[in-house]
Design a protein around this ligand. Sequence first.
Ligand code: FAD
Length: 427
Amino acid sequence: MLTGKMPGFTKNQTETKMSDTIVIAGAGHAAGQAVVSLRQGGFSGRIVMIGDEPYLPYQRPPLSKKFLAGDLELERLHIRQERFYAEHDIDVRLATRVEEIDRPKQMVLLSDGDRLSYDRLLLAIGSHVRKLDTAGSELEGVHYLRTIDDVLGIRASFKLDAELIVIGAGYIGLEVAAVAVSRGLRVTVLEVADRVMNRVVAPEVSSFFERVHREAGVDIRCNRDPGGILVGDQHVRAVRSPDGAELPADLVVIGVGILPTVDIAVSAGLECDNGIVVDEFCRTGDAHILAIGDCTNHPNQLLGRRLRLESVHNAQEQAKTAAATLLGKLSPYAQIPWFWSDQYDLKLQIVGISTGYDRVVLRGDPSSRSFAAFYMRGDLLIAVDAINKAREFMLSKKLIASGARIDPEILADTEIPFKDLASAALS
Ligand code: FAD
């Protein structure tokens, strides 16, 4: 099911009346954008936003970047300040969980015992970290990184010369490594695959980042079983690999992926399959319930497939789509995914989905710390990793969205300026 119109919908069923109550489960990035878009779109009814964290909606990307480094105040993470919610009459309930959805009664049950009726329910419950199933993972000094509180815990142990073991060389693990080594910790990264960021970037890009990290003093060890045992009494002391060798550790940060949060949707009988299944208007199979952000499995017409994304851009854009749906202005979600990662002085910007590429064309010289990798399927450009190449990133968004075809030989010719090449392909 690609566009997968949910059964039994009519326009009237998703259009919200101004006297209606919209309840939002979750108070993360997608929820934070949804309330803004609903009020900007003219919805004057009641909005209740319920989040289980004790914070107003905040941006997570700085958690493994500037906030971890201590270069950003907590208040600066918030998407909107407290007064915004008061001024726009949004009832925000923090440190409160939606425990259950009673679909027949159109009601949610909250962890504080309250029950709330809804006309429309918007699920913006995000994702959660995948836990490593290993002995010792409950020891003090072993951390995951998803929330403000996680970072406050990690930062408290950031001490000069402390031994940090990062398990998992995805974006978050590598961002943590970059910040930590810059703060004077001794950092080792253990990765089960044969190269870093192997799920998302080409080997050429992995090699570049491995080199940069090693030059900065990070000990990157690939082909290492991250399921090693964490050793210690109360506090972690070492990570033991399957061959019995022990690496000393004062602190362990685990970044081995995330999983969509679907618990309350599953219990309520909504269709879930690697995320809450929604259509291109963010509607679930229940005419009164929509879902947005990391928790969704959604269709993307531009890519011709369903997917689940873990990105701010997707959370924001789906929030806008859902708000439009609720306001009766159906507008299908169609966005080319993009993402970024900051490591040292490098801004990696990724646009498109590289799965299924048959050739990578590099432009620029990795030794100059500024280049781009173009992923091609035949002469179709499907994704780009731009490293300190903002222009290539911006133009590539347009190229991929328009289904541009470029001869890979011409693309590889760095004598031709990229903007000329892009304008020719777009014309
Ligand atoms: P979330 O932000 O996860 O919000 C969901 C909220 O709902 C959470 O607070 C959760 O606790 C709450 N919740 C769950 N269940 C319930 C319930 N039953 N009742 C009440 N509340 C509930 N993306 C990028 O594009 N670029 C980056 O550089 C980048 N860096 C990142 C770095 C880190 C460290 C992390 C953790 C994420 C990063 N991301 C990045 C991903 C991005 O932050 C997420 O894609 C985005 O936050 C998704 O928004 P969301 O609202 O769907 O989910």
